[in-house]
Design a protein around this ligand. Structure first.
Ligand SMILES: *Cc1c(COP(=O)(O)O)cnc(C)c1O
Length: 423
């Protein structure tokens, strides 16, 4: 029955059976993922109960947004979930980059230095920091930047980090996910080790973690191992696919206060910022986030195993432990990347009939192809894939609001790569 249903969706019996065989071997890993989701579901529910979320919290305010009980309570819920003193969770934070820029600009002052001890940060942060020329960068405000790369084996370069922490070092930025790099994603435990090392040199330094794509993958978050600030996007993991916009910062009272005065205005801080009509989706999305993240994680592991067995290089590989939801599959040819993305698009609930094409995206030195058929535009907790059309021809994919959709997407991508004669 199931086989026939997949056949109707364009998956051959052979591909379906290969998928089932792979899944047979993944039972214990999937069970582990379900356990993490169960733990995190209780964590989120506990936070909602402890902070007395009520029906009134789901409504919203307009105008200045004074006394927005739903907004204020949600920020307390986030603080409970992340184990922090306070949080800022707002629709006025437009995306992950904005949330990170807000954290940096609000806690740094001219003459301060920012240090990244884990190598180059995410592409969009280059213009925020001023690594690449950008208007209004930290650099323009006289805030300097220093970077220590990871060692070739992926370890922290403790010796160089020790040298890099100086009088001017005010803040450290640690990116949890590998993003579109080849380095390993950092586990929360490793982030904790790094923070302990840095704080031993200079206790007052502010340690910020770019938590994008990492939320709810483990049972603890970086804020529970010493991070002063964790930052992320609501159209990734913590929005559970329902949040239509937004970003969050969770951390110490002092850091959040700085961010609030920067987001709105000195003197106003957290007191203003109407939630409009989005609070219901913020709450419900957070409620769903642990299981949505689990589904995305299963998809990533399934893809790694399926494509690795067909001879492709996958990062993380089929066996590695996971600390974010991103999966890289190196197809080895432009046709491979295009076929992979075509498959992801074909399996989407929205825009399934369109064919993604590679295009000259601003800021990239080669053409990029993207597949997304999402309910929320650009949402990458929904099943999505993209890849630069350059050697070694790697497609990066992530998300899936349900494991069943992720599975169909991956099987369709596999089928397309196979139909192109590449398997
Ligand atoms: C997605 C992402 C960002 C930026 O988020 P946007 O919402 O795309 O602006 C920053 N850092 C990492 C690691 C990310 O994955």
């Amino acid at each position: 029955m199931l086989e026939q249903q997949y056949e109707k969706m364009g998956i051959s019996r052979e591909v379906f059976r290969q998928g089932e065989e792979i899944l047979e071997g993944l039972k214990s890993r999937f069970a582990q993922i379900d356990q993490v989701a169960e733990f995190n579901q209780l964590k989120v529910l506990g936070a909602m109960q402890e902070n007395r979320v009520s029906e009134a919290c789901l409504l919203g305010t307009t105008g200045y947004g004074y006394n927005d009980v739903g907004r204020d309570t949600l920020e307390q819920v986030y603080a409970s979930v992340f184990g922090t003193e306070d949080a800022l969770v707002r629709a006025q934070i437009t995306c992950g980059t904005h949330a990170l820029a807000l954290a940096l600009f609000s806690n740094l002052r001219p003459g301060d230095e920012l240090l990244s001890p884990v190598g180059k940060p995410y592409d969009t942060l280059e213009e925020v920091i001023g690594i690449r020329q950008g208007k209004g960068s930290l650099r323009e405000y006289g805030i300097t930047y220093r970077q220590v790369d990871l060692l070739p084996n992926g370890d922290f370069d403790y010796e160089e980090i020790k040298k890099a922490v100086g009088d001017k070092t005010k803040m450290v930025t640690i990116q949890r996910s590998k993003g579109y790099q080849t380095r390993p994603t950092l586990s929360v435990t490793r982030i904790g080790e790094l923070i302990r090392f840095i704080k031993a040199i200079k206790p007052e330094v502010i340690c910020m973690v770019d938590n994008c794509y990492g939320e709810f993958v483990e049972t603890i978050e970086p804020s529970q191992v010493g991070a002063d600030l964790v930052v992320g996007s609501l159209i990734k993991n913590p929005g559970g696919g329902l949040a239509p916009i937004g970003g969050y910062l969770a951390g110490s009272r002092a850091c959040i206060e700085q961010a609030a005065y920067r987001l709105t205005s000195p003197g106003l801080g957290k007191e203003v910022g109407a939630s409009l009509g989005v609070l219901g989706s913020f709450y419900q999305g957070l409620f769903l986030a642990p299981t949505v993240t689990a589904g995305a994680l299963k998809g990533a592991i399934f893809a790694a195993n399926l494509f690795e067995r067909a001879g492709f290089k996958v990062v993380p590989d089929s066996q590695e432990s996971r600390h974010d939801i991103i999966q890289a599959v190196t197809l080895g040819s432009p046709e491979g990347v295009k076929a992979f993305c075509r498959g992801i698009q074909m399996a989407a609930p929205v825009d399934s009939y369109v064919t993604p094409e590679a295009w000259d995206m601003p800021g990239y030195d080669s053409q990029v192809i993207m597949a997304a058929g999402a309910f929320v535009s650009g949402s990458s907790i929904e099943l999505s894939a993209d890849g630069p059309i350059r050697s070694p021809y790697t497609a990066y994919f992530q998300g899936g609001l349900t494991w069943q959709h992720a599975k169909l997407g991956i099987l369709t991508a596999y089928q397309q790569v196979k139909n192109a004669g590449l398997i």
